[in-house]
Design a protein around this ligand. Structure first.
Ligand code: RB5
Length: 143
């Protein structure tokens, strides 16, 4: 799968680990920055990743900031984006099954990297259940 990734400085180290993990799986990556731990503004990177996914340039997006909160808020402002901030494997499975999330957000300062890779795996490998959940995601996409 082609995955767009982005982070601010607080999520930079985790983004680099996510890239390594995705490469090992055989996924393709578009890295939209940032490129170091120098301070930057997370809305720029959340928006860039969300626009790559919304436009179809990437099939999924993964974003990281210190907590995952700010960058997920930014991503969810782009029409067509359903970005789930996940802190557990269960949340990642459910945001795919129920929300058909096309983006995942995680916190580089709040989520252990080993757990984060399990979260990425669940996000990448879990299918949307459709049915009653489709009606609800259609409502989200209309907003
Ligand atoms: C940056 O210091 C921090 O505020 C940011 O990474 C993120 O946690 C915001 O939600």
């Amino acid at each position: 799968m082609l995955v767009a990734v982005a982070s601010d400085h607080g999520g930079f180290a985790l983004k680099e680990k996510v890239k390594e993990y995705l490469r090992q799986r055989g996924d393709k990556i578009v890295d939209l920055g940032t490129t170091s731990e120098d301070s930057v503004d997370y809305p720029i990177y959340g928006k860039a990743c969300a626009e790559a996914v919304a436009s179809g340039k990437a099939e999924r997006g993964i974003v990281c900031c210190g907590t995952g909160i700010g960058i997920s808020i930014a991503a969810n402002k782009v029409k067509g984006i359903r970005c789930g901030l996940c802190t557990s494997v269960e949340m990642a499975e459910l945001t795919r099954k129920h929300n058909n999330a096309n983006m995942l957000a995680m916190g580089g300062r709040t989520t252990d990297p080993a757990l984060a890779m399990e979260i990425v795996k669940a996000f990448m490998d879990t299918e949307f259940e459709g049915g009653r959940h489709k009606r609800r995601t259609d409502m989200l996409d209309e907003m």
